[in-house]
Design a protein around this ligand. Structure first.
Ligand code: ADP
Ligand code: MG
Length: 230
């Protein structure tokens, strides 16, 4: 019997979702990715999924306060008060116990990026069609490449065109522009009001609007992530 995507066990690993900029869709992608892998009915062999809110702003925490997200949430902000060793242990313990860990990173690349690059198997970087975003992304990729020298080429990276509005020239061109940065570009996530409504109702997109294009785009992204982690 072939197994559909819903019956396969979740992958094992640590996925960090980050970008220097705020408001680019980091929390939206982190929460929805974690929930896609952690959703109920994913089969008896599924691993539980842990969502780590590493942003002191607490967007994922606020989202999960509904009690309606199919993930376990850990609050572990990365800021100037964070004990790096303790943070690292918390996340690696979660990976050992749960299997899949998704980290929602804060929008600054101090210790947060260093720690994420030291521990993640995959760095997912949402990038919106704006010049400022691209510069921030290039800076992060430079750090990524130097940290790969210490970790045998890890982590992998995936650039995601985020909040894309295809009515604009920048929206139509973003995937091509990102492709020139030299890292894999994953499937685009368009600007869709269903994402805002899902957050407002405390649900992930596959629960709020399962038949929507917004949910289908998250599914495509999650399958892409699963291919990289296997
Ligand atoms: N693909 C999208 N379509 C529409 N709105 C989005 C999308 N992604 C994020 N948003 C909205 O944009 C705002 C910022 O998103 P968020 O995921 O919190 O970004 P970040 O974590 O990078 O600060 C939120 O109001 C969120 O609902
Ligand atoms: Mg956020």
């Amino acid at each position: 019997m072939t197994q559909g995507p819903r019956n396969r066990p979740s992958p094992v690993g640590i996925v960090a979702v980050g970008n220097l900029k705020g408001g680019v869709g980091k929390s939206t992608l982190a929460v929805n990715l974690a929930c896609w892998f952690g959703m109920k009915g994913a089969g008896a062999r599924r691993h539980p999924v842990v969502l780590v809110d590493a942003d002191a702003q607490g967007t994922a925490l606020e989202w999960a306060a509904s009690g309606l997200l199919p993930v376990d949430l850990i609050e572990a902000p990365l800021d100037e008060h964070t004990d790096h060793g303790a943070w690292h242990r918390l996340v690696s313990d979660a990976r050992d116990q749960a299997g899949l860990v998704v980290i929602d990173l804060p929008p600054h690349w101090g210790p947060a990026l260093t720690l994420a690059l030291a521990i993640a198997d995959l760095l997912v970087m949402p990038v919106t069609p704006s010049g400022a975003d691209l510069r921030a992304t290039q800076q992060a990729l430079e750090r990524l490449r130097s940290s790969r020298e210490q970790r045998d080429g890890a982590p992998a990276a995936m650039l995601i065109p985020s909040k894309v509005d295809r009515r604009t020239a920048a929206g139509r061109e973003i995937a091509d522009v990102l492709a020139e940065l030299g890292e894999p570009v994953g499937p685009s996530v368009a600007q869709r009001s269903a994402h805002v409504d899902a957050f407002t109702t405390g649900r992930w997109i596959g629960d709020w609007a399962p038949r929507s294009t917004a949910a289908a785009e998250i599914g495509a992204l999650a399958r892409h992530v699963r291919e990289v982690l296997r």
